[in-house]
Design a binder for this molecule. Structure first.
Ligand SMILES: [Zn+2]
Length: 202
């Protein structure tokens, strides 16, 4: 019998965010208001040291109700899968008691860049009906040095083909400002050994 094997995984939001949850609005009416919250949380997240400059929320696309909040918790938990999208989706599923977020409502995932290769899959399987991103393109990797992985070129079309509507370029410049501040800091970029953006960005 193998001893010392782990039996469960805990992915918890950081303490500073848990403390702030009661003060967050119940609803955010527009994609811009939703993204502004995402940017604020992403910026604070890396400054607090628990993970990268990434945040995501799940909202009701019709009413704007805030269903869940997530930030990147890789450094705080030591779990490489602890990306903001995974946190927001899993916490929404936990709250609603279902693995399919498309079951009853029109839910949207709002995140501060196009999902990485892991979160691309996590979003596809979550059941959300909408994905709202601040932007896409090489700027994220160039500014932060994070490796986003081999995401397919037609990623948005793949979402659309599965009934997930994609909206891009919501508060894009504000997203880049967060990445720029992060990139100019001495914060940890936690790519696994030997990985990093494949192209040599100038
Ligand atoms: Zn990710």
């Amino acid at each position: 019998m193998a001893h010392g094997l782990a039996t469960s995984v805990t992915l918890s939001l950081p303490a500073w965010l848990i403390e702030e949850l009661p003060d967050l609005p119940d609803a955010l009416a527009t994609p811009e208001e939703q993204m502004a919250l995402v940017h604020r949380l992403a910026d604070r997240n890396w400054r607090e040291g628990g993970g990268g400059p990434f945040a995501a929320i799940v909202v009701d696309a019709v009413t704007g109700e805030l269903v869940s909040v997530g930030v990147n918790v890789v450094l705080g938990t030591g779990i490489s899968a602890g990306h903001a999208e995974v946190m927001a989706l899993a916490l929404a599923q936990t709250r609603l008691g279902t693995w399919d977020l498309g079951e009853e409502r029109e839910l949207a995932l709002v995140v501060n860049w196009r999902p990485c290769v892991q979160c691309y899959g996590a979003t596809l399987w979550s059941g959300v009906r909408r994905l709202v991103v601040a932007g896409e393109g090489p700027e994220l990797e160039r500014l932060t040095r994070f490796d986003e992985g081999p995401v397919v070129a037609d990623w948005a079309e793949q979402f659309e083909a599965r009934g997930i509507a994609v909206t891009s370029d919501v508060l894009r410049e504000e997203a880049l400002a967060v990445y720029r501040a992060y990139g100019e800091s001495s914060a940890t970029v936690y790519n696994a050994r030997g990985t990093g953006p494949i192209e040599a960005h100038p």
